[in-house]
Write a protein that binds this ligand. Structure first.
Ligand code: AMP
Length: 131
């Protein structure tokens, strides 16, 4: 069965899309740890990030770099932090999170619940800065 993320790429499940290229896709995390929390995924469904082929891994990494640049413009922050966990959804993904202090990357604190309108504005603003 296709992963929830493959179903998002296929358009079967809605998302707040941020960017896309031939091999990769980026959208807002539905339970953000900080405003502008983005997930970057390969379209090819592979559970474990380090099982991607060298080409897929390089493509995903370079795509994430472009998304991070757009994210930093859309949500001013000291840096964009990157994390890989992958214990919940078995489809490789990189978390990109705008951070101003270490605790902004804390996955154990209560997640934000932002109104749909705000999520849409954040996604649109990142998308507008994506090059
Ligand atoms: P992990 O696999 O531990 O890296 O966590 C999976 C992440 O995917 C969590 O931060 C979830 O909030 C996020 N997530 C799960 N389902 C969706 C969805 N349908 N849309 C956006 N984000 C999701």
């Amino acid at each position: 069965m296709a992963s929830i993320f493959s179903r998002i790429v296929a358009g079967e499940i809605p998302c707040y899309k941020v960017a896309e290229d031939a091999n990769n896709f980026a959208f807002l995390d539905i339970n953000p740890v900080a405003k502008g929390h983005v997930l970057v995924i390969p379209k090819h469904e592979v559970d474990y990030l380090f099982d991607l082929s060298d080409e897929e891994y390089a493509s995903l990494t370079l795509f994430a770099k472009r998304v991070a640049a757009a994210l930093k413009k859309a949500i001013p922050c000291v840096k964009v932090g990157e994390a890989v966990l992958g214990l919940e959804v078995p489809h490789a993904h990189i978390h990109l999170i705008p951070i101003n202090k270490e605790s902004d990357m804390n996955f154990f604190k209560e997640k934000l619940q932002l109104p749909a309108e705000e999520m849409m504005q954040i996604a649109e603003s990142i998308a507008a800065n994506f090059q």
